[in-house]
Design a protein around this ligand. Sequence first.
Ligand SMILES: Nc1ncnc2c1ncn2[C@@H]1O[C@H](COP(=O)(O)OP(=O)(O)OP(=O)(O)O)[C@@H](O)[C@H]1O
Length: 248
Amino acid sequence: MLEVDGISKAFGGVQASNNVSLSVPEGKITSLIGPNGAGKTTLFALITGFHKPDAGRVTLLGEDITGLPPEVIAQKGMVRTFQIVQPFAGQTVRENIAVGAHLRIRSRAEALAKAEAVAEQVGLGDRLDMDAASLTVAGRKRLEVARALATQPKLILFDEVLAGLNPSEIRDVIPVIKSVRESGVTILLIEHVMQAVMSLSEYTWVLNQGTLIAEGVPSDVVNDPQVVEAYLGKGMAERIAKQGARNA
Ligand SMILES: Nc1ncnc2c1ncn2[C@@H]1O[C@H](COP(=O)(O)OP(=O)(O)OP(=O)(O)O)[C@@H](O)[C@H]1O
């Protein structure tokens, strides 16, 4: 559905994305993991038109979308969410979600109706008239999912939608993400919460210093010594393996 082919981007001396290629299959939840600063958010920004790549190509549903602006890419059916959720202050939850709906719906009444339906889907149905700025962190995360969903996308890129939530909030939001997929939307997510990566995603790519270092089924990938090393620092994977052997 989405093909990323040899994408590179440097910021000054930092190679934030280094010849990255991946292929996101339709109808699944897949994920992108890696330590802080690995280049995950940059890759999302490159895919969705917020940054222009220095090299490489992005293809959505067979169409080359490299370098197109975010709103054009959203029209074509791909949207991203942001790590820091910034609701439009002074506007209700309903109005905030309607902003997303207006991508495809002109009429105000219809956009507000769409917002209500989406709010129900993400569990905000009882907070429609609340000022969006007064939502809890978990509520803001649901709002971010709702705004993306209201654009009627085919593919959503979720950037750390579970970050900052406590374990019980995470347990509440995971079914919302699953329901998005069940409604026919393909999902690629960046996530640090490993439990969620394991339970939600069927396939994962691992970035480190802008480069893909591993890919596969999450339960296999997290045991890959190169991945352990990327997370824990050089030499650590070897020490853990030796310790495991000693304790065996
Ligand atoms: N606009 C920018 N200008 C300069 N450097 C940037 C810019 N955006 C990202 N970088 C650098 O690119 C590298 C990758 O950053 P990025 O935010 O993509 O990593 P990440 O994997 O999403 O990290 P995290 O998990 O902490 O969010 C970092 O070294 C970062 O400092």
